[in-house]
Write a protein that binds this ligand. Structure first.
Ligand code: PGA
Length: 219
């Protein structure tokens, strides 16, 4: 059986209080064989969430939703990969919301991957097709078709699996492709049971702890 990677992207959501409430539901959670779960809270909650996960001995890993393209220094408002490393092991790079709202293109995104790899973190590189260039050193890719994100209209499982296969064929070193876009507890297994899909990136449906728990169970 393949190892699945299930990543929760909280985006610009949750206060400290809401994050603590979320983890109240996970006191019972222990590792499900073959499933690795990563939570990506906003920067403001990385410290709290990583402490909560270790205090409660929850077997979640932590990811960041973004990273600075620069190393530490005079870059007001930015967070360097070396700072993220204190809390997280994974970093999302190139999410379509970063590409469209913050004009992030290849040159910025490739710099970010370089910083993340230098800090010993694992980039999860997001693309919306199989032709977008993926930088060297990336092992995990998330395929997220634009019209499936936040719409309740996921891609077909056949198309998602075909694109995942193409991404692996074209990019040596990519050994995991996740599917993202309107994943929920009802459809998650139809994606994770496809041959070339190695997990999911979940936005909206990861915000509710009981729904996210069901996603982990059903995947
Ligand atoms: P969604 O978002 O699950 O809300 O569609 C996925 C994503 O943007 O990563």
């Amino acid at each position: 059986m393949k190892d699945l990677l299930i990543v929760a992207n909280w985006k610009e959501n949750k206060t400290k209080k809401q994050a603590l409430e979320y983890f109240e539901d996970f006191t019972q959670y222990s590792k499900i064989e073959g499933k690795e779960v990563v939570i990506c809270p906003p920067f403001t909650l990385l410290d709290l969430v990583s402490s909560e996960v270790s205090d409660k001995a929850l077997l979640f890993k932590i990811g960041s939703q973004d990273v600075s393209r620069f190393s530490e220094g005079a870059y007001t408002g930015e967070i360097a990969a070396s700072q993220i490393r204190e809390f997280a092991e994974f970093v999302l790079i190139g999410h379509s919301e970063r590409r469209s709202n913050f004009s992030e293109g290849n040159s910025i995104l490739f710099q970010k991957v370089k910083e993340v790899l230098k800090a010993g973190l694992a980039p999860v590189y997001c693309v919306s097709d199989s032709i977008t260039e993926i930088p060297q050193g990336v092992n995990i890719v998330a395929y997220e078709p634009l019209d499936a994100i936040g719409t309740g209209r996921p891609d077909t499982t056949e198309n998602a699996s075909r694109i995942a296969e193409e991404i692996k064929e074209k990019n040596e070193g990519v050994n995991k492709v996740l599917y993202g876009g309107s994943v929920n507890s009802n459809n998650v297994n139809s994606f994770t049971s496809m041959p070339h899909i190695d997990g999911v990136l979940v936005g909206g449906a990861s915000l509710d702890s009981s729904e996210f728990l069901k996603i982990i169970e059903n995947a």
